[in-house]
Design a protein around this ligand. Structure first.
Ligand code: DX5
Ligand code: ZN
Length: 218
């Protein structure tokens, strides 16, 4: 079963609790939280305080995507705030093994992400240790960007590598996922789909948007 992870980056932050409750009611699987530090990516978004606030409003796993430099300095705070999955960027850490062990030591699921132009081969060694591999399908930093089409081949490559080695970690994709790209990434082998604009974008009704995405991938 394909999992849907609405990204709150595109939500109405003045009504975050209600928006997340609507996602849960519509059958979302995770709540994806985009943490940006103004260094790894240009924008600054949210920190552990918002994760803690969300924790009190939903039973869904909080899938926290750390687009930050020196993630090792913050993982404990995100763990204490109630994150379930902590994903760090390969490009932001040269000590990934230690970092993953620390995330798991906090009792959390560990994810590693790579940017569109970072090759799948760069995370080959990490695969035995992680619960989730996140392939960015746009350059991280902003919502509502266009899916980079060549990422379909990259998803297939990651899928083959995981299958060939027998690793069962989730394969998540993030950026430009909508009713058109969702079936394509699923056909390529993705198992978790992050969607911001497609769920919370202007004029969209959250429940209907999630149902539509679900229909396109099942
Ligand atoms: C981008 C973030 C994404 C973003 C996706 O850097 O990691 O999670 O919210 O937004 P959409 O679905 O609008 O491309
Ligand atoms: Zn994200």
């Amino acid at each position: 079963m394909i999992k849907l992870a609405p990204s709150i980056l595109a939500a109405d932050f003045s009504r975050l609790g209600e928006e997340v409750a609507a996602c849960e009611a519509a059958g979302a699987d995770y709540i994806h939280v985009d943490v940006m530090d103004g260094r790894f990516v240009p924008q600054i978004t949210v920190g552990p305080l918002i994760v803690e606030a969300l924790r009190s409003r939903t039973r869904l796993p909080l899938d926290v995507h750390l687009m930050i430099e020196e993630p090792e300095r913050h993982i404990q705070a995100f763990g204490q705030a109630g994150a379930d999955i902590l994903t760090v960027h390969q490009e932001a850490s040269s000590l990934l093994h230690r970092l993953i062990e620390r995330i798991k030591g906090l009792g959390l699921r560990a994810g590693v992400s790579i940017n569109p132009m970072t090759p799948v081969a760069s995370v080959e060694e990490v695969l035995p240790y992680i619960d989730l591999l996140l392939l960015m399908t746009v350059d991280p930093g902003y919502g509502a960007q266009t899916f980079i089409l060549s990422m379909l081949e990259k998803i297939k490559k990651a899928r083959s590598l995981l299958d060939e080695k027998g690793f069962s970690c989730e394969l998540e994709v993030d950026g430009g996922i909508n009713n058109e790209t969702a079936p394509q990434v699923v056909a390529a082998g993705a198992t978790v789909l992050v969607a911001g604009t497609a769920v919370f974008g202007e004029g969209r009704e959250i429940g209907a948007a999630i149902e539509a995405l679900r229909a396109f991938v099942s």
